[in-house]
Write a protein that binds this ligand. Structure first.
Ligand code: CA
Length: 278
């Protein structure tokens, strides 16, 4: 499957430092985003440990099929999703232990949202309130549940979505990496179709930009890079109250459409290939 992917981050217009981190590994179709928290620069430390640790464990698992999983495998999920969950559990432990060792880093933590493609299957795993959205056609759907107090209150019918969006408690997380020795990771799998877009973002985007605006931007962008840039710009224009990070992945048609085939036939190959332009 061919994908077009881009990631961008911005400190925003209020904060002094950027505590978000992201990492793109296009060779593996593995993408990770994390939003750190903690005093001084410790949020940055936590989010960077999260993305680096997760990618390292997944990479190791690719080259060493016998690499044990951290914790029990979930039998209803594929090995790839279980590897992603394992990587998040390990990153949690690493951040937790680092915070225990250094009193200055006590209380540091991070969210994480990660995706890994396996052919047409999208594996998603997350902890915290960083989100994954799937855009199919004109329909934008959040495919992760926020592990935040207000999201839980919405799920229980205590708050409406509108009340949650105004709440002063929006930052209160029910789950994050680095807080306890063990963490519960949520995971899901989805089958992708040509033309789908997947957006990962920190709350600096979804608190500043409405879902309708996100959808309109994804629909009218000509590339992942263009969409990522425009989403960041909108978050800044709407206040930029927090660090804002987006990772955008678009599934490119794997089979050439009729018009593209015709265009290629009329114009010749786009680039010379090692097979002599076949
Ligand atoms: Ca944030």
């Amino acid at each position: 499957m061919q994908v077009d992917v881009a990631g961008r981050t911005d400190v925003g217009r209020v904060r002094g430092n950027n505590e978000d981190s992201f990492k793109l590994v296009p060779e593996l179709n593995l993408f990770v985003l994390s939003d750190g928290m903690g005093g001084e620069a410790h949020g940055e430390v936590a989010s960077s440990m999260a993305v680096e640790g997760i990618v390292a464990h997944c990479l190791e698992g690719v080259y060493n099929k016998d690499l044990p999983l951290a914790g029990n495998a979930q039998p209803d999920l594929t090995p790839r999703t279980n590897r992603l969950i394992s990587a998040i559990r390990l990153a949690n432990k690493q951040i937790y232990e680092a915070a225990q060792r250094d009193p200055n880093q006590k209380g540091m933590g991070a969210t994480v949202v990660s995706i890994w493609l396996d052919g047409h299957r999208l594996c998603v795993a997350h902890v915290g309130d960083s989100r994954a959205y799937l855009m199919r056609g004109t329909d934008l759907q959040q495919i992760t549940d926020d592990h935040s107090l207000v999201a839980e209150q919405v799920r229980r019918g205590i708050l409406t979505k509108e009340q949650a969006a105004q709440s002063k408690m929006q930052s209160v997380l029910l789950r994050a990496l680095g807080i306890d020795e063990e963490v519960e990771v949520d995971a899901s799998e989805h089958l992708l179709m040509d033309g789908d877009s997947i957006l990962l973002c920190s709350d600096g985007l979804d608190r500043m930009v409405l879902d309708e605006e996100i959808a309109a931007t994804l629909l009218t962008s000509h590339s992942a890079q263009d969409a990522a840039q425009r989403l960041i710009q909108m978050a800044l224009e709407n206040g930029g109250e927090d660090n804002v990070t987006v990772v955008l992945l678009r599934v490119v048609h794997t089979e050439d459409g009729f018009l593209l085939r015709l265009w290629k036939w009329l114009n010749g190959p786009l680039e010379p290939t090692s097979e002599g332009g076949k």
